[in-house]
Design a protein around this ligand. Sequence first.
Ligand SMILES: *[C@@H]1O[C@H](CO)[C@@H](O)[C@H](O)[C@H]1NC(C)=O
Ligand SMILES: *[C@@H]1O[C@H](CO)[C@@H](O)[C@H](O)[C@H]1NC(C)=O
Ligand SMILES: *[C@@H]1O[C@H](CO)[C@@H](O)[C@H](O)[C@H]1NC(C)=O
Ligand SMILES: *[C@@H]1O[C@H](CO)[C@@H](O)[C@H](O)[C@H]1NC(C)=O
Length: 340
Amino acid sequence: MLKELQLFLSLVLLIACGFLYRLTQRSPCLFCLPPFKSPRGPEDLLSDGRSIVFIETSERLEPPPLVSCAVESAAKIYPNLPIAFFMKGLSNASQLAPDPSHPAFSLLSALHNVFFFPLDMKRLFEDTPLFSWYTKVNSSTERYWLHVSSDACRLAIIWKFGGIYLDTDVISIRPIPQENFLAAQASRHSSNGVFGFLPHHPFLWGCMENFVEHYNSHIWGNQGPHLMTRMLRVWCRLGDFQDLGDLKCLNMSFLHPKRFYPIPYPEWRRYYEVWDTEPSFNDSYALHLWNYMNQGKRTVVRGSNTLVENLYRKHCPRTYRNLIQSPEESATREPGPGTR
Ligand SMILES: *[C@@H]1O[C@H](CO)[C@@H](O)[C@H](O)[C@H]1NC(C)=O
Ligand SMILES: *[C@@H]1O[C@H](CO)[C@@H](O)[C@H](O)[C@H]1NC(C)=O
Ligand SMILES: *[C@@H]1O[C@H](CO)[C@@H](O)[C@H](O)[C@H]1NC(C)=O
Ligand SMILES: *[C@@H]1O[C@H](CO)[C@@H](O)[C@H](O)[C@H]1NC(C)=O
């Protein structure tokens, strides 16, 4: 009798455990943050051609605060689109384990529409004009490899999947309404820090061909903004911008510098200053913070009331809450790794 009761109780316990296990599997997991929320690959997730794409070509896995802010702000502005972050460092399966020393990586992984993918360049460049270049180039002798490889990856990803590419120092503040567009840095000068196209757009195919034909690794930007500008001149006869209007050419838009560069690069320090009256940026979709100029020298400090602090507070509140320190804290803690 006692034995039967024991057996019965063990059975009940087993069932209860099984039930509890399934429950925890379904509930949002507090202590583990799987970097891949979905078993689907990028082909599947990005197939509807309307994703937002970020790229990290260094081996770095933990995003600095500005990168975290860029991704979080995009996730906030485009809640119904997948935000795909392609990271070179994720090609290493051994680095996939969740790690509490990666607060920004964990913060972004927890956002419902942010997805991380390994950046496998060889596979990405297959079936594109870039493949021949990639198989010949020796990355260890390239002076600007991180930039040049990033320039190539963004062309191939947006050509293959479509969507909007954003640099990791761009804070999104409202949705970009155009589907095929380039962003002007100035009249007749395109950037390649922000652009968007439907999948398989011939303009990007032309860019990839031009990339290979006119490859010059010694000139900074030759495969980046200069390439976009060269191609734009081949495709379109553009005049200067008049007032605040965007320009149209075939089925592409060339967006006014105010849309992404309301503060031009010689004035990048303005982002790190306190303003009497802050600009409303209501003619802008996103703000490029010129991190290449900054090189991580100026940071966001809690309580400083700088323009950039207020932008973080509004557009990437989680990053602001979790990653931005007050002066007292940053004096006692190690500063974060510099951004590139
Ligand atoms: C994995 O990471 C290590 C250390 O960062 C690096 O030396 C190695 O090349 C990486 N392996 C791959 C396949 O990327
Ligand atoms: C790339 O360049 C480095 C440095 O010059 C050299 O040691 C290496 O052998 C080269 N690799 C290939 C595959 O040519
Ligand atoms: C417009 O864009 C589509 C891609 O969506 C492309 O196939 C087509 O050729 C473009 N039209 C022109 C006139 O460039
Ligand atoms: C632009 O910003 C100003 C000042 O904040 C505001 O008064 C105005 O209504 C805004 N315009 C638009 C179109 O949002």
